[in-house]
Design a protein around this ligand. Structure first.
Ligand SMILES: Nc1ncnc2c1ncn2[C@@H]1O[C@H](COP(=O)(O)OP(=O)(O)OP(=O)(O)O)[C@@H](O)[C@H]1O
Length: 148
């Protein structure tokens, strides 16, 4: 199993971005692939050396661009897909590092922390840690949880 996994999440277009002229790139997220279509490049590509559609593969791709869509990835979806395996690794005694990377306003804080009403990965993981400890039977293990 690879030691590093990369997940991409597509957030909704903001009102500000909608008003921007020139934001003519269409994003599609499949479970393991993101494709970006530059609408400025014609489908025939006549006289244009640029690719109209570029595809990028990742371990996980979450489409949170449209809450009405069937495949909309909620905060719970992200936790169920990533969080559970993180807990399994942690409870097997390994260290785990979770990093959010992306440009400003791309949704790092929303995904990691979320809101009070709809928490993100970190609060859900904290709950998961304590609920897993609570499920452990017997007194042969002592857990020490620290926040640094
Ligand atoms: N999946 C999402 N669904 C709905 N809204 C989102 C989502 N992701 C981000 N947003 C909204 O987009 C805005 C920017 O997100 P956020 O603050 O998480 O970005 P950031 O990457 O942490 O930015 P910065 O690096 O500048 O701190 C916020 O208003 C947030 O609520």
């Amino acid at each position: 199993m690879a030691n590093i996994k990369v997940a991409v999440r597509v957030r909704p277009i903001s009102a500000r971005e909608l008003n921007l002229t020139g934001s003519e790139v269409v994003i599609r997220a499949e479970p393991n692939e993101i494709s970006l279509t530059n609408l400025k490049v014609s489908s025939s590509k006549a006289g244009d050396s640029r690719e109209r559609t570029r595809r990028y593969a990742f371990d996980y791709c979450f489409d949170s661009s449209n809450p009405e869509a069937k495949n909309y990835a909620t905060q719970a979806t992200i936790y169920e897909t990533l969080g559970q395996s993180i807990l399994d690794v942690m409870f097997s005694g390994y260290n785990y590092c979770l990093v959010a990377y992306g440009q400003s306003a791309s949704g790092k804080t929303y995904t990691m922390m979320g809101t009070k009403e709809d928490p993100g990965l970190i609060p859900r993981l904290c709950e998961g840690i304590f609920s897993k400890i609570g499920q452990e039977n017997g007194y042969d293990r002592i857990y020490r949880v620290t926040v640094r």
